[in-house]
Design a protein around this ligand. Structure first.
Ligand code: NDP
Length: 348
């Protein structure tokens, strides 16, 4: 028998309201050491907290592909770890593996069939990148831009990114530049984040939506208007950006985090004014779901890996330690406590 720690759902925040760390509870548990056929014992290295998890805290997630977390049961999400022992032919001891349904647990017995083996060379040994830049958030940024952004080299385009200092946003802005936008402007929630975007990641300009006059600063930073908008947040910020978009522009509808603590459907309804702008200026705004493009994942991960290794994409992370920090880290990320990808390190 083996002692492990796990995080369970302690209570639901309700459909209206911000999640709090007390919605989660740390428990001790024991693992039976003997594996059944097809099972793998994994040691957790890193866990991810992501905005979509807010939906899984509700009894009804509002999305067919998301199941609700159950009270007093182990919470799960993106994770990366190492195989300790295996009775699955696809896995051997020492393999680095990931899953979208990794239990929030220090060690776990999982079905080998839900694990994907990954190549540590892709991330130069930075295994947490499999949860961010060389994982689902990097894919979201790259495939979102390629599928919905219509970014064209030589077309003199200006891109705006909201949630720009977060995991997806920080990668999306850099890809916008690499794919040929002449100007990339980020919107985010602190001066420290603005500084990182411009000085470390090569954004042309950054706007602090908590401190600055967003419409005025956007006009200043985007004198030729906005051609492509990578939208992570929705709400007032997005109404403001869309009002300054050019004819034939494209909104990449990635996420709407400003609405996730409210009881509204996804995507939340737009104001009449914003709908009129989209229609009269012929701006596209199609819903984007990265999971619908996983047939392009392998090629996209190679491209991301090369950009990261060559230094053309810089990766920012906010790392906290210990399984006991999961609830704090999730709630902090939902309020903007992170720069880049929020990661929780569980073991060495
Ligand atoms: P982030 O790392 O961007 O973290 C969330 C960030 O959201 C915070 O850091 C905070 O930054 C910002 N934020 C929180 N509340 C508000 C608010 N009211 N107004 C404006 N900004 C706010 O998370 P991810 O990169 O993982 O996710 C970003 C977006 O991408 C989310 O909307 C998510 O749902 C979406 N997504 C979509 C996918 C898809 O397939 N379509 C896949 C993965 C993610 P700040 O300090 O700037 O406020």
């Amino acid at each position: 028998e083996m002692q492990v720690q796990k995080v369970v759902l302690n209570s639901r925040p309700g459909t209206n309201g911000a999640p709090v760390p007390e919605n989660f509870r740390l428990e001790e548990a024991t693992l039976a050491p003997d594996l059944k056929d097809g099972e793998v014992l994994v040691r957790t290295l890193y866990l991810s907290v992501d905005p979509y998890m807010r939906c899984r805290m509700n009894e009804d997630t509002g999305a067919e592909y998301l199941t609700p977390w159950q009270l007093s049961e182990c919470v799960d999400g993106g994770g990366v770890g190492v195989v300790q022992s295996s009775r699955c032919s696809a896995c051997t001891e020492g393999d680095v593996v990931t899953s979208f349904n990794w239990p929030w647990q220090t060690f776990a017995v999982m079905k080998g069939s839900v694990l994907q083996k990954v190549d540590p060379q892709l991330v130069d040994g930075h295994l947490s990148y499999f949860l961010g830049a060389i994982g689902i958030t990097g894919l979201t940024a790259l495939l979102g831009i390629r599928e919905k952004g219509n970014v064209t080299k030589g077309a003199n385009q200006t891109m705006v990114v909201s949630g720009a200092a977060g995991a997806c946003g920080s990668i999306a802005g850099q890809i916008g530049r690499l794919d040929g936008c002449v100007r990339v402007v980020g919107i985010c929630g602190s001066d420290e984040k603005c500084r990182a975007l411009v000085e470390d990641l090569g954004f042309s300009a950054a706007i602090n939506y908590r401190q600055e006059d967003v419409p005025a600063r956007l006009k200043e930073c985007c004198p030729g208007g906005v051609d492509v908008y990578f939208d992570n947040v929705g709400g007032t910020i997005s109404d403001t950006v869309i009002a300054q978009m050019n004819n034939g522009g494209h909104v990449i509808l990635c996420g709407q985090i400003s609405q996730y603590n409210k009881d509204v459907p996804y995507p939340p309804p737009l104001s009449d004014e914003t709908q009129d702008t989209l229609r009269s200026k012929n701006i596209t705004r199609e819903r984007f779901t990265v999971l619908n493009y996983m047939n392009k994942a392998d090629a996209a991960l190679c491209e991301l890996s090369q950009w990261v290794k060559s230094g053309q994409i810089k990766v920012l992370e906010t790392v906290v330690n210990g399984i006991g920090s999961m609830g704090d880290a999730f709630c902090s990320m939902m309020k903007g406590g992170n720069i880049g990808k929020q990661i929780i390190k569980i073991s060495e």
